[in-house]
Design a protein around this ligand. Sequence first.
Ligand code: PRX
Length: 656
Amino acid sequence: MSSQIDHLLNESRQFPPSPEFVAQSIDDPALYERAAADREGFWADQSRELLHWHKPFTEVLDWTNPPFAKWFGDGELNVAYNCLDRHVEAGIGDRVAIHWEGEPGDSRSITYAELTDEVKRTANVLADLGVGQGDRVAIYLPMIPEAVISMLAVARLGAIHSVVFGGFSADSLRSRIDDAGAKVVITADGGYRKGRVSALKPAVDQSLADRNGEGEQQTVEHVLVVKRGGNDVEWTEGRDIWWHDVVPAASAEHEAQAFGSENPLFILYTSGTTGKPKGILHTSGGYLTQAAYTHKYVFDLHPETDVYWCTADIGWITGHSYVTYGPLANGATQLMYEGTPDAPHPGRWWELIQKYGVTILYTAPTAIRSFMKIGRQVPNQFDLSTLRLLGSVGEPINPEAWMWYREVIGGGQAPIVDTWWQTETGGIMVSPLPGITAAKPGSAQVPLPGISIDVVDEQGNEVESGNGGLLAITKPWPAMLRGVWGDPERFKETYWEKFEEQGFYFAGDGARLDEDGDLWLLGRVDDVMNVSGHRLSTAEIESSLVAHEATAEAAVVGASDETTGQAVVAFVILKESFLAEHTPEGLATQLRTWVGEQIGPIARPRDVYIVGELPKTRSGKIMRRLLRDVAEGREVGDTTTLADTAVMSIISAQVK
Ligand code: PRX
């Protein structure tokens, strides 16, 4: 990462939007002025303008009990109604909401009217299964329309969804189902990935089996199964129900009931600095306001003509806010794609952009870097001239990738919006507005109108421009997380204790402001890694490694990687007894596979080094900084605080 950061800090090019782009853009400098003059009034206006409130709110923000915020607290709305029914009532029911393309090439275009019907039927089915306000429903699905339909059906009932990324293992699914106490799980037999069917149902079966342990309650009553892969599945009578047996037969009449603005909408688990993922809780009115507002202005949305495509999976926050809630609240037409970018050929994404005439593309730097590696000859075979705006999310985008994205994909014209935000922030916080901001490659640039952000030192004091510091959010924002599910203490400790005096939110990211006041993100400052734009915790992977019978001790670091941004690198001390019977190489391979099975393939270490010792301070703390030096092939830094200063030369020799 450090050489990338050097590049970042020397970057000075600027790309203002073209006069043609500015002329058609909805972005208006008045947004900044209005928000600066009256922040809460600004958010209230946005909310009234962008959403339908069954019962209008009279209060905007209640911050009397920080860090527990209430936004639009006395208002009532139905989130699904806002994404569906009201568009049909407004006469745009015939507009396509989702052009869906399966990996094998099958496709469906679903209008707002059809999507509304499907969601109503599904809501009726879930209600029959006993799902009501406040109940939790786990969703473990591939990228098929039923994923969006399920989320909205749960939301329609005032219940809470917990979407679990389909790439997570049975164990990860199990801990998420248990933590949330889910009543129903929605899954599929399997979905298409990399040219073949990847099964999902077996992981659900496994996650619900063998519940005899202490504190293990079986909260799940039913499993609703979409048939997608056509693969054989085991069946538990009475518990499992085929989607196609019940949803098409259900009534398409369902009146959306209004719920309080602070009614919980979803829980989404994300990695923190400890081994246990935390369930980030989001609620309704504030979240939907910011999702709709950011989707509209950051993507300069023209819902009548744009075809928008966010490539994120719904298992991540980007899929929640910018596949499901933002675009649908705004009545946008979007593309949804089931599979991997390279199946069945490396030009699949570009073929889809050509086929559907995609105008706005929102993706991650890691994807751009892998396309760069393959070369421009692939995208050059397709007509990408409809693209007028590009977005980036998930990690800092290096200027080289930024320029390639603009030149090769955006035809040298399309503005790029580099959007900084987090699972916890719920919506985009820092980003250029494409019709206004002169873009700088590698910088996320400016807080959006209505968002207050500062770069501060460890004590919470503003740092001078040019100096590095910590990113702090200095005022509450509508889509802010409302807590960590079941753990208010962890919520306070993780995000609010650091700057308690100032009442700032601590994001865990390093940042720097340049002399123009533009923000440069410098990566995580805690033990969280960012691999291909996905957050992974060093502690979680370490505890998975030590759970293997061969491991005595393990330390994990995120090392810079050309394609994935960071990669997981593990240093493992093995038990003597295992070393006697196995080769270190064999065990390293076993451990990689083990982590993949325990957590999910994204957590599988790129490298596992078998070492004799780990660098520790006199108080026994592992010095990961030094291991990172080794993993990145750098000279090892200051070792004076180590209990045994010789240990690093031994490790370096072993790694070589
Ligand atoms: O470190 C930042 C990085 O991703 C983290 C949030 O991860 P997650 O909750 O999984 O959400 C990812 C998608 C919103 C942040 O703390 N990050 C995200 N976007 C950017 C970024 N770092 C730099 N630039 C970005 N645009």
